[in-house]
Every structure is written in C-alpha cells, then in structure tokens.
Design a protein around this ligand. Structure first.
Ligand SMILES: NC(=O)c1ccc[n+]([C@@H]2O[C@H](COP(=O)([O-])OP(=O)(O)OC[C@H]3O[C@@H](n4cnc5c(N)ncnc54)[C@H](O)[C@@H]3O)[C@@H](O)[C@H]2O)c1
Ligand SMILES: [Zn+2]
Length: 277
C-alpha cells in the first residue's frame, strides 16, 4: 500500500485530472499497482498498460483486475478497472531474465491447454531448452499474440468470472497451494507448472481426461525447463493444508478447472477427495 500511496502523491504533484491518462510501463507488479492507483484516484482516471514481462503481456495486463497487497496478505484490495489500451512490444522481452521468461511460459502453456492446441503443439518438442538461446529462434510476436488471444476471448465472454473465466484457473488451485507451501521459494510460474501436471493427473483419475494428457503436459513443460513435480523437501501435508483451507472457504467442496484434452477445459468440477492426503 506504500507504493500506492506514493503513486497517489505523484498524481497529485503532477496535477492529474479526471481527463488525464496514467501510463504503466513494467511487469505485472507495476501494472497491478498503477492500475489500482488509477482506479481509485479521483474515483477513477484512465490508464494505459504497457506490459514488459511475458507474464504481464499474456496474463496480468488482460482482464481489468488491478490490486495491491496488505501486510496481512496478497491482493486483499483491488478493483476491476480495465486500461483503455494494452500496448505490447515483444522486443522488450530481449532483456527479460530467463527465469522470468520461464515464469511467463508456464501461463502461455496454460493458455495453450485451455484454448490453443496449435500454440501448445508449437511449444512441444523444444527439449533441450536450457538457456535463452534455445528459444531465440521462436517467433515471440506470434506466441504472445496467440497466448493473449486465448485470454481476451474468455474475458470478453465472461468479464466477471461467472463461469468460463474460471478456466484460467487451470493449474492454479494446486499451484497456489504449492506456492504457499514453498513459502514462495517457488516462483508463481513454477508452482503453476507443478499444479497443471497434478491437476491433469487428477483429471485422468476422475475420467475427465483420457489417459496420456498428464504425460503430454509434463513433457512440454520439461522441454521449457519448468518443474513438473513437488520439489523434495517440500512437505506435502502443507499443500493439503492449503487445499483444505480452500475447501472450508468454499463450503466444503473445492471446484477445479480440469483439462479434458489440450484445447478444452471443464470448469466447476467438484473434487471431494483432494490429492496429497
Ligand atoms: N491482474 C491480474 O489479473 C494478474 C494476473 C496474474 C498475475 N498478476 C500479478 O502480476 C505480478 C507478477 O507479474 P510479473 O511476473 O511481471 O512480475 P514483476 O512485475 O515482478 O516482473 C518480474 C521481474 O522482471 C523485471 N522486468 C519486467 N520487465 C522487464 C524487461 N522487459 N526487462 C528486464 N526486466 C524486466 C521486473 O523488474 C521484475 O524484477 C504478481 O504480483 C501477480 O499477483 C496479476
Ligand atoms: Zn497465474
């Protein structure tokens, strides 16, 4: 919240008025904070988002969610306040650290599984990607465009998360629990990669997906240098604990977005027997 206060102060100094426009240039953290400051200043001024990280381009810049953390937890305050424009220049990815690129690639793969089978296929068979040069031959403009298109289509159909938008949570129910259990030593994208594999396994076990899907997703994520299993040393009981908390909050049953096949996800699947018991 200190950062938001700083932004409000800067807006006052810059004499921002109702008709002014705030420009956010940076990763998802900058976009969320600047967007939230713009949403609340003078009851809302326009803003433009120029995301510079892969995750921000394909995920956080889209959908109008803005927010800030409180000492008690992440994203506890926020507002739906869509930017007037999202401007992406994939050229900025050339300076993005490799770990951050991988972080974003996990969400790109998620979008592939949700609704872009060709995008998923094009990112398969990249085995041997151990450094950035392994990906230098890729057409980033095309990858970013296709990954953005998946989220844009979903949020246009379901802006307030009444149904379809929940498909964007694929890999995140278990992913968030893993992220929490690791005390955030795992990056969000890494936790989501592990979550996608575990949720694909769950989908197969429940007969939502045909067998083979977990393997397919695992091999693609591995090829991109992302983890697919809970790291040794991480207490699985803590993951279960986090999932149980979800369960309590949502009235005794956790609803998952589970993949049916690459390109199709089913939302609202009730899971009573949670994994990691
Ligand atoms: N609003 C939403 O719907 C939504 C969705 C998903 C995630 N998020 C939020 O997004 C945030 C994560 O975003 P992120 O992954 O972009 O993290 P980030 O903003 O922290 O960026 C990651 C790192 O990369 C650096 N960076 C960004 N662009 C760069 C570039 N072009 N070259 C070199 N370095 C660059 C940043 O300074 C930072 O150190 C989280 O706070 C998360 O809660 C929001
Ligand atoms: Zn995510």
């Amino acid at each position: 919240m200190d950062s938001v206060q700083e932004l409000w102060n800067a807006f006052l100094e810059a004499k921002i008025e109702r008709g002014s426009t705030v420009v956010a240039l940076g990763g998802g953290v900058v976009g969320d904070l600047a967007g939230f400051a713009a949403a609340t200043f003078l009851r809302g001024v326009n803003w433009v988002n120029v995301p510079t990280s892969l995750l921000a381009m394909v995920d956080s810049s889209l959908g109008g969610k803005t927010g800030a953390d409180l000492p008690q937890g992440k994203n506890l305050v926020g507002a739906f306040h869509a930017p007037r424009l999202v401007l992406v220049d994939p050229e900025t990815l050339s300076t993005l650290p490799e770990v951050e690129l991988r972080n974003g690639l996990a969400e790109v793969i998620k979008h592939g599984v949700i609704g872009a089978p060709e995008l998923f296929r094009d990112l398969t068979d990249l085995t041997g990607f151990q450094n950035l040069s392994g990906l230098s031959g890729l057409d980033w403009t095309e990858i970013v465009r296709r990954a953005m298109a998946v989220k844009i289509k979903i949020i246009e159909e379901d802006p307030y998360e009444q149904g379809l938008r929940q498909s964007l949570n694929f890999g995140h129910t278990i992913g968030h629990a893993v992220e929490l259990a690791s005390d955030f030593t795992l990056r969000h994208g890494e936790a989501v990669a592990i979550g996608m594999v575990a949720e694909a396994r769950l989908a197969e076990e429940m007969g939502v997906a045909k067998s083979g899907l977990e393997k397919k997703i695992t091999s693609t994520l591995r090829g991109l240098g992302l983890p697919t299993e809970i790291p040794p040393g991480l207490d699985e009981k803590r993951i279960q604990h986090a999932l149980q908390r979800d369960k309590k909050k949502s009235g005794g049953v956790v609803r998952f977005a589970l993949p049916v096949r690459v390109g199709e996800v089913r939302v609202g699947v009730e899971v009573r027997n949670l994994p990691f018991r």
